[in-house]
Design a protein around this ligand. Structure first.
Ligand code: SAM
Length: 388
């Protein structure tokens, strides 16, 4: 069990395992317990190697993109474009960048729980290289999410298409590690009851959300909180631990705190650590009631249709009705249904009657109670409530 959320933001400056200057992993973990809700200063590879193995639920990584921007960029009116030309984004060659990517991805896999997932965001500059390396290491890509920007920066020179999206790779630890969290039902509810797709339309971080220092951007690549909101809502549960090895201005920490998740931030630059910590201090966590989400069906106990017969909620011989009573079938003692010309499970008969390849019998069939149709899914929910 993870201890209850600490409200205080705790920053560990110079938290590097003592006396270590090499990039090799320390033999013993420097942190016996997790440094929850803290920002550790140092190189993320060394720091991840100092954390206990298989200890975090989700990793969100926004690494340097290696954008290779050359020279200053100006708008047609000659004003200067605030582009990403930070030292931390510069690598001398693809080879050096690939080695760095491999090293942090290996370190991340070690600290990730077996049922955990990794998110990596990138652009065309780096995402193909990172994607190939992470597959080589053993990660399995569950989705590539396209974050389409409503307000991208134009291509000022008019030499290419406007670069209007970034890509998020969402991965588990390998093909066999399938018990990861995906709050499918919550994301569908969030999306007006329509299954959420892998293309997300969201604005870039601007206006009041953009952190400023002396009138300038506090961090050149601050991500929008709305993006992290979807990431954390979909792939974590209350109290989970989210590690961000490239913490920057602390967007992951801010959203994690809001949603009642724990964060661990790793960052090399002190100025970003103080920016992030000031930001996170001001975040009010949402209340326990507010962060409750529609539970994922995968996490609910399985209930067979026969259980409803066994405990007397539905008697053999009962007539089940499809939507608007267009289809009918009779329940048999073994939990199968029989209709005029088909028999089988609630799913099979539902599919056959509609001429459909498949059918979710739980949401298709109803019983009649006082002239009203009541979904058998409601009866299943009653059984589940008794099981908890
Ligand atoms: C793309 S930015 C992350 C921005 C962040 N997602 C946000 O919303 O503000 C990458 C960050 O990683 C940091 N960084 C780069 N290399 C690092 C390393 N080896 N260890 C720790 N931090 C590193 C940089 O200082 C930079 O702040």
């Amino acid at each position: 069990m993870i201890p209850p959320m600490k409200q205080k933001t705790n920053i560990k400056l110079k938290a590097r395992p003592q006396g270590r200057t090499t990039k090799s992993a320390p033999k013993d973990s420097a942190y016996k317990t997790l440094p929850l809700d803290q920002i550790l200063m140092g190189d993320c590879i060394e720091l991840m190697n100092s954390l206990p193995e298989k200890s975090v639920d989700v990793i969100f990584a926004d690494p340097p993109y290696n954008m290779q921007l050359k020279g200053d960029l100006h708008r047609p009116d000659n004003s200067h474009v605030d582009a990403v030309n930070d030292k931390w984004d510069q690598f001398s060659s693809f080879e050096v960048y690939d080695k760095f990517s491999r090293d942090w991805l290996v370190a991340a896999r070690r600290v990730l729980k077996d049922n955990g997932t990794l998110w990596v965001i990138g652009s065309y500059h780096n995402i193909y290289r990172v994607g190939s390396i992470l597959q080589d290491i053993g990660y399995w890509v569950l989705n590539d999410i396209i974050w389409r920007k409503t307000n991208p920066m134009p291509n000022f020179r008019g030499t290419r298409f406007t670069n209007a999206h970034e890509t998020l790779l969402w991965c588990n630890k390998g093909e066999g590690f399938n018990k990861y969290t995906f709050n499918y039902e919550a994301m569908k509810a969030f999306n007006d009851d329509v299954q959420m797709r892998s293309d997300w339309l969201l604005p870039i971080c601007s206006g009041g959300e953009r952190l400023k220092v002396n009138g300038h951007k506090g961090h050149s690549t601050q991500k929008p909180e709305a993006l992290l909101y979807r990431v954390l809502l979909s792939s974590t549960n209350k109290g989970d631990v989210v590690l961000d090895p490239f913490f920057g201005s602390g967007t992951t920490g801010a959203v994690a705190k809001k949603l009642g998740r724990h964060y661990i931030g790793l960052e090399r630059e002190e100025k970003y650590i103080s920016l992030a910590s000031d930001r996170i201090k001001q975040i009010e966590p949402l209340g326990d009631d507010a962060i409750e989400i529609t539970p994922a069906k995968r996490s609910l106990p399985r209930v067979a249709f026969g259980t409803l017969i066994e405990n007397g909620m539905i008697k053999p011989g009962t007539i089940l009705y499809g939507p608007s009573k267009r289809h009918v079938a009779k329940v048999r003692a073994d939990g199968t249904l029989i209709s005029a010309d088909s028999k089988g499970s609630i799913h099979q008969v539902g599919a056959q009657l509609q001429g459909a390849p498949s059918c979710n019998g739980w949401t298709f069939w109803n019983i009649e109670v006082n002239d009203n149709l009541v979904s058998i899914d409601n009866l299943r929910a009653e059984v589940r409530a008794l099981m908890n």
